[in-house]
Design a binder for this molecule. Sequence first.
Ligand code: ATP
Ligand code: MG
Length: 446
Amino acid sequence: MKFDIPSGAQHILRTLTDMGYEAYLVGGCVRDMLQGVKPCDWDICTSARPEEAKICFSRQRIVETGLKHGTVTVLAEDGAYEVTTYRTEGPYSDRRRPDYVEFVSSLTSDLARRDFTMNAVAMDLEQNIQDPFGGIEDIRAGLIRCVGEPARRFQEDGLRIMRALRFGAVFGYEIEEQSAQAIHKNCHILKHVAVERINIELCKLLAGPNVGRILRQYPDVFCQFWPQLGPLAALEQNTPWHCWGGWEHTIHALEAAPDDLVLRLAVLLHDVGKPACKSTDEDGVDHFYGHPAVSAQLADQMLQTLKFNTKTREQVTSLVEHHDVQILCQERSIRRWLNRLGTEAFFQLLEVKRADNMGQNYELVKGRLALLDEIKAKAEEIILQKQCVSLKDLAVNGLDVTAAGVSQGPAVGRVLNVLLEKVLSGEFPNEREALLSLIPAIAQNF
Ligand code: ATP
Ligand code: MG
């Protein structure tokens, strides 16, 4: 046996075949095994109708939620497996799932409804392969090719366009020429695809090591759900700092960003407000005054459009808004930023800044990159030393302030903030006695 198939999946395949049905591993898991990647989920297709499959697994726990579409989920000891009856699909009029499915009797008809040849390969218990559409050859060649006529397949379900780009970004495969052309021609269909489905594919795409190449080749696709990217994709920037236009700069920055959703989104969107802020001085040099705030506003809209959750949206927009701030390499400046943004966001901001710089004229920005390293090292030291960077770290609290005679209410917070500022700036140590002695003088001012 060449491939390592989990015992739960083997058991299901055996149960179905022992009962006289055909059963195959199919889709992503077969594709991943063939390209030497560890599969994350194992799908099984079978000639057994859903009621028949239910009987086969009557001694196991099953979930019936997908029954209408032919799927029985079998809960084996080592995980959940979707067992789906061979089927074709009706149209996707709600743009989420097919209106109806039709059960069919041949594996080939089931494979024909699948999106790409690499996802239309099946493997039985003995690890015999069924590959009627040439998926193995395409996997070898690193090609994403539609099963059937590309335009028709994308028109049936526009999400396949995003899936093609996602597989391109994650696996580094090229999209085969005719499929690529059909994507460019038909990408307007994405406007009708449920944003939740686009969101899922976009997140996977952004995590891919080849995201840059996909953005470079398919800006038109991204503009379907995020038209705000259009002006950025066309932006020229004539400044000594930049050796690329807006889109190429964004791509280089994104390629330099760590593989983390919040960071990748922030980098993708950090300059989206630039076109609206562009001005050119008398020497012909472009400026983009105020673009971080405009970018943050647009980013917020864009993330709402795709229904990102509030936390992600807030994290990303804050990073976009602050991507251009100057952080001085002094402890007190670093402590202030740690206080203002919080530790996690501060370190994320350093990553965004690093990526942004990596997308610029390297000779000119290498000094800035070194500075960012220094700031990071100092910030790590500040954290390690447990220095005070927030009210909760302060050596005195609200009770101390009221005990010193300040009446309860907003004045307490104000006094604490003045004390915190003195500690952040390094004017006073974060020591209880020293801070307590300051309270009466500060309180006089409130
Ligand atoms: P992943 O590794 O992310 O799970 P996957 O290809 O397995 O990728 P799934 O969403 O798990 O993606 O789908 C399983 C299989 O179902 C696919 O391999 C493909 O054969 C088929 N499939 C999924 N979505 C579509 C679609 N929109 N159109 C046609 N076939 C699809
Ligand atoms: Mg899968």
